[in-house]
Design a protein around this ligand. Structure first.
Ligand code: SF4
Length: 148
C-alpha cells in the first residue's frame, strides 16, 4: 500500500440528495469525450432494489495503483489518481479490481474511465448532491485502501 495521503482532492457524493437527474453523467461524458452518451461517464448513477440511489465514482483511495503492472496509475500533485494513457496497455485489471466499482471500461476506448475530481458535475447537479472535498479521505475509504 503506501499510497494513501492526506489532503487529497476527491468527489464526495451524497446519495440521499440524488434525484436521478443524471446531469453529472452527461456533463462528465461531454467534458472528457465530447458526447452526452453517459456510457462514457466516470460517474454512474443507479437505483438499488430498495429504491435508494447509488452513485459509483472514484474516491481516490488509490487501491488500484498497486495492481497496475505498467505503472499507468499514479497520483498527481492534488492527490488525484490519474491514468497515464501513454503507459496504459488496456488490460482493464483496474476496472475489475476497483473496490468501489468506480473505474469503467468502454468498448471504444483503449484505456479505463475514472473520475479526476474536476468538479464539472458538482456545478451541473441541480440537487447539490455532489461536492469536491479537499480534506482527508473518509475513514471508510482509508480502510478499504489499506486492505490492499
Ligand atoms: S487498464 Fe491501464 S491503468 Fe488499468 S491496470 Fe491496465 S494498464 Fe493499468
Amino acid at each position: 500500500m503506501g499510497y494513501i495521503q492526506n489532503d487529497m482532492k476527491y468527489l464526495r457524493a451524497n446519495e440521499a440528495m440524488c434525484r436521478e437527474v443524471r446531469a453529472c453523467e452527461r456533463i462528465c461524458a461531454k467534458t472528457f469525450h465530447k458526447t452526452e452518451d453517459t456510457s462514457y461517464s466516470a460517474i454512474r448513477v443507479s437505483q438499488r432494489s430498495d429504491g435508494s440511489m447509488k452513485i459509483n465514482v472514484c474516491n481516490q483511495c488509490g487501491a488500484c495503483i498497486d495492481i497496475c503492472q505498467t505503472l499507468a496509475l499514479k497520483r498527481n500533485k492534488l492527490g488525484v489518481v490519474v491514468v497515464d494513457k501513454q503507459r496504459c496497455i488496456g488490460c482493464f485489471q483496474c476496472v475489475a479490481f476497483c473496490p468501489q466499482e468506480a473505474i469503467f471500461q468502454h468498448p471504444d476506448l483503449p484505456y479505463p474511465i475514472k473520475c479526476v475530481a474536476c468538479g464539472q458535475c458538482v456545478k451541473a447537479c441541480p440537487q447539490g448532491a455532489l461536492k469536491i472535498d479537499e480534506t482527508n479521505l473518509s475513514a471508510e475509504a482509508k480502510e478499504i485502501a489499506t486492505l490492499f
